[in-house]
Design a protein around this ligand. Sequence first.
Ligand code: CP
Length: 363
Amino acid sequence: MDLSLEEFVALDESAKAAYVGDCAILYAQQFDRPDLDAYCSLADICRALHKMPVGAEFMASLLPHRMALNFFVQPSSRTFMSFNAAQLMLGMKRMSVRDVAISSMSKGETLADSVRTFMSYVDCIVMRHPDEHAGDVAVWIAMHAMRTIHIGGEERPIPIISGGSGTKQHPTQSLLDIYTLEKSFEHVGGIDGKTIMLVGDLKRGRTVRSLSYLLKNYRDVRLLFAAPEIYQMEPDILEFCDRHHMPWEKLDSLDAGIARADAIYMTRIQDEWDGLAKGAHTKATDRFVFKAEHLDRMKDEAYLLHPLPKRDEVDPALDYTDDRRVVYWRQERNGMWMRVAILAQLFRVDQAIRDFAATQGIK
Ligand code: CP
């Protein structure tokens, strides 16, 4: 089925995910459980392999002929840096565009023309953009442009990866969140059967939306949405949970869920979306702040995550605690390994990594 750009953009995300297949990473709905298990195991292998000089050297020999563009026109530290680090580990060359004011977009060039122009020079685009449809535009162009690249014995469109788009999707963050949850729950049966509490600004939090989509791939997961009513999870995600038989509950405080939660996923108020709105909130409401004393009320096998950056919603006393349940710094580093796995899989060097790792005794 071919679609015009306008027809494609008008589809719902699940239909878009089916249309783009494995040409891009834009929607968390693209992934099923075998995909998630494969990404997590590949991230683990890359982590172990890169610790060995011979492994790091092998990984850097895989994609030296590939050029990536990191097109980030919204602020980012960890997504931008971890993609850069992942590209370097795989030997890729890379460029970045971070400011439209010094690109030809400031002369009136459309996003579509800009993206097509980027595709003339690079083999992959990682993009963060405030417009939730920017990735749709980019992937449709990639799928219709004459320029293709040879990957794994096939001519394929230039891969497009979302590094966060509008308030709706942050698929690579949700992949690293799944990786962090899997590793945290490694000795207690994995993610299946767990209760995950999402806290804070759920309405405009693209990380919590994408994570909710991915969690439907696990058995008997229950979601607790703890947020002030104005920042509660949007109805489309609640309907998605219902459709996939994933029980959920809205809570009006973190306290209401802390004793039941196996993971507590904090988020900050996303006030960058308020513009200059009068009365916009910038501070977390006290009922949704994770305080040091909350550690005493968490389960022994529960974990505290945050996609970061954080502000006042987590007590800074927790930052350098030796409590192994506080995992947000580990989560941040996991992002780099997951992004190595994502790039390796997109460029079809995943099997080469697995094969080489096996020769080094890594499985
Ligand atoms: N979690 C995340 O997306 O962080 P950055 O905005 O720093 O990339």
